[in-house]
Design a protein around this ligand. Structure first.
Ligand SMILES: NC(=O)c1ccc[n+]([C@@H]2O[C@H](COP(=O)([O-])OP(=O)(O)OC[C@H]3O[C@@H](n4cnc5c(N)ncnc54)[C@H](O)[C@@H]3O)[C@@H](O)[C@H]2O)c1
Ligand SMILES: [Zn+2]
Length: 689
């Protein structure tokens, strides 16, 4: 993505920078605040480099909220916010040796040093954890803060007190005020154990879907430290390594090296591979030495940090944007290896998405044996031109699922690998919707891969809302063969229930009464509960407004000739029409539907209206929305009383921009129209209830 051509005009640059700012802010929030990243670090870094490249070419377009000047993400709401006495910075990145030489050149130029004046650096591992500032006053630990957005951190004092690595007090000769800064991290082995424990606990609780596992040790450390309840932190195996300091009334040395050694003397753990390097070559040698032992280190590292050793020079160099001028993170390249692609398997997700998985001849990449790699989707298979038997290059970056980055056996005269046309779990048609990359099973209600999720959705609060019938019970009933499809819920008998629970008479009576109460369900909830793709509650309501009953909708959707009637509805387009037609075209679904309608009779639709913060406004949706179809988004807007328009004009009040929004954002910037991202839109919709 970094290699893509730069924008040609100021407008294009402004538009792309606006999108990048929104996109990077979203990933920062997911990564730093929620500890649940959606993309790997290499993909994230590519976005950041793209942003930097455009800013370098169009300096006039740098935004005040540019990702190049912002550190981390806003503090989490559940922790107290405290301003840092000295800001906590990020680090500039380098990937190539030349960039390290350029860094030293910049330092020389800035300090106006003579060409023969040596610039000594320290070099040490860049630990993949989260930075934490520990404030000692009169020798006592008084406060611990996370980095937060660099200016305001989160108060984690109570949590930090549970870490055995962190001294509660400094020696008597320590300065009155001293902030030790370093990395809270989780060792690799401890991380693996924790994830196993979390999964087991979730399974024991019957809650497989919500099993909260961490993506990597860094997220695990951040999630474990940033707990509201410090006793949770205490149970997590967190460690600490000191690598710097913040406010200090006095310093125990004149070089980086000397102060860090003093920290070691104060009983703070300091990286073992912390060394001073007099020359660039010595620094690079240290980098290679650390890279060579990377896999053997007990914790994850993603590079080496160099710092100008002399503190008087550090003070003169200061910082620019979000990073000090006197430090540099030299990142390790992603780890790669060659192997053979043995097979391509298709996994069916809980939402029916078919995901191809590459089964590999086992190979060691960066100390880890890799047997599977993700292939993402059918397009990726075509793009790589892979077939079973091919030699491929795989890459592991930032400890995420390995990917295939190159096909060494590529031969474009071969036809692409045939992606299955049917779901491997249930045999229903697998279809790809227009404009979508994913291929999905249309078996919805009957697909075993989707069954539990579908049934849980069917009984959930927003859908049929059957009191006393929760996710756990659905799982138990499905596992024990009591229910397969929604209709079975209405055929549960008292005997069946009593056989499951000792002294369960009251429970059985109540549950059966709750089920009985839903024999004439609200039609919107009923239709939404079926979990037909693109048919959320807003779309369900829009359909019912026109067709009045669910039976009428089924009749229209079952007749290809009448498809235009669905597409013609305000706020509903081809995607919804397609999804409905696909659903009813699948014989299994038809059977499940007919069966269900023998048990329940949804009421006809009665119109209601809703008010919201966007009532009466004109909204334009642009770009690719991730969680919503364009049609559903439109329907949502209309349900909230807003008008949706396809083009930006002076009458536009609000733009909701997804990825790759392009020219409309340009226009919006010219007209000064407010732009929000998809997440913000969802919040508006949710707020309106
Ligand atoms: N995957 C995602 O969605 C996503 C989103 C945001 C950020 N990220 C990743 O997070 C990183 C960016 O976050 P960042 O701003 O914290 O930058 P960074 O992690 O690259 O570098 C700055 C941090 O390094 C840490 N550090 C570790 N060892 C150190 C040492 N010896 N000396 C000094 N500092 C040391 C400090 O905590 C410092 O704040 C990138 O690796 C990026 O890929 C990923
Ligand atoms: Zn299926």
């Amino acid at each position: 993505m970094t290699d893509a051509a730069l924008p040609r005009t100021q407008e294009e640059a402004a538009a792309e920078l606006a999108l990048l700012a929104a996109e990077i802010a979203r990933h920062n929030r997911l990564y730093h605040t929620d500890d649940a990243p959606e993309i790997d670090d290499a993909a994230y870094d590519a976005l950041v480099r793209r942003n930097a490249a455009i800013e370098a070419a169009f300096p006039g377009q740098v935004r005040p909220d540019s990702p190049s000047v912002q550190v981390g993400a806003a503090p989490a709401a559940h922790l107290a916010k405290v301003a840092h006495a000295r800001p906590m910075f990020s680090l500039d990145n380098a990937f190539a040796d030349e960039e390290v030489a350029e860094f030293v050149q910049r330092v020389r130029r800035f300090l106006n040093l003579a060409p023969d004046e040596p610039v000594a650096l320290t070099a040490e591992p860049k630990i993949d954890g989260l930075s934490c500032s520990l404030r000692y006053e009169d020798g006592k630990l008084v406060r611990a803060l996370t980095r937060g957005d660099g200016t305001v951190g989160e108060d984690v004092t109570a949590n930090v007190r549970t870490l055995a690595d962190i001294p509660q007090a400094l020696p008597n000769d320590a300065p009155d005020i001293f902030e030790v800064r370093g990395e809270v991290y989780m060792a690799k082995a401890a991380f693996a154990d924790l994830n196993t424990r979390l999964r087991d606990a979730a399974e024991a609780a019957g809650d497989v879907t919500k099993a909260r596992q961490f993506a990597n040790p860094r997220n695990a450390a951040a999630g474990s430290l940033r707990q509201k309840d410090a006793s949770v932190t205490k149970a997590r195996p967190l460690r600490f390594l000191a690598h710097g300091w913040g406010e200090a009334s006095d310093l125990p040395g004149e070089t980086q090296h000397a102060v860090v050694e003093a920290l070691r003397g104060w009983k703070f753990p300091v990286a073992e591979h912390f060394a001073r390097a007099e020359t660039i070559d010595a620094a690079l040698a240290q980098y290679r030495a650390i890279e060579a032992i990377r896999a053997d280190l007990p914790f994850d590292i993603d590079g080496v940090v160099y710092k100008v050793d002399r503190l008087d020079w550090q003070a003169r160099l200061g910082s620019v944007g979000k990073a000090p001028r006197w430090a540099l993170a030299h990142k390790f390249p992603a780890e790669r290896a060659q192997t053979t692609l043995n097979a391509i398997d298709i996994q069916v997700g809980r939402t029916g998405k078919l995901t191809p998985v590459a089964r590999l001849e086992p190979v060691t990449v960066g100390g880890v044996v890799v047997t599977n790699a993700t292939l993402h989707n059918a397009d990726e298979i075509v793009r790589l031109g892979v077939h079973p038997g091919d030699r491929v290059v795989i890459q592991r970056a930032g400890d995420v699922i390995p990917q295939i980055v190159e096909n060494l056996s590529r031969d474009d005269t071969r036809a692409p690998w045939p992606f299955p046309a049917a779901c491997p779990e249930c045999g229903s048609d697998a279809v790809r919707e227009e404009g979508e990359v994913d291929i999905r099973c249309t078996g919805g209600l009957i697909c075993p891969a989707q069954r539990i999720e579908r049934l849980k959705h069917f009984v959930s609060r927003g859908a049929m809302d059957i009191e006393g019938l929760g996710g756990q019970q659905i799982e138990d009933f499905v596992r024990d063969g009591l229910i397969h499809a929604p209709a079975d819920i209405f055929r549960l008998t008292e005997d069946q229930l009593l056989a499951r629970k000792k002294d369960g008479r009251v429970w059985a009576t109540n549950l059966l009464a709750a089920i009985e109460a839903k024999r004439r369900p609200d039609p919107v909830r009923f239709l939404f509960g079926l979990g037909i793709r693109h048919v959320g509650s807003v779309t369900a309501r829009a359909l019912l407004k026109v067709f009045a009953t669910v039976e009428a909708i089924a009749a229209v959707a079952s007749d290809p000739e009448r498809r235009a009637e669905i597409e013609a509805i305000d706020g509903i387009g081809p995607a919804v029409a397609q999804a409905l037609t696909d659903f009813f075209a699948e014989a299994h679904n038809r059977d499940a539907w007919d069966d269900l309608l023998r048990e329940v009779s949804p009421a006809p639709y009665v119109a209601t209206s809703r008010d919201s913060s966007v009532s009466g406004k004109t909204i334009v949706f642009t770009g690719t929305l991730e969680t919503l179809s364009r049609d559903e988004a439109k329907a949502q807007a209309e349900a909230l009383g807003a008008k949706v328009s396809g083009s930006v004009s002076a009458k536009t009040d609000l733009i909701v921009a997804g990825a790759n929004a392009g020219s409309k954002l340009k226009k919006a910037a010219e007209l000064g129209v407010a732009v929000i991202d998809e997440a913000a839109w969802r919040e508006i919709v949710e707020a309106a209830g």
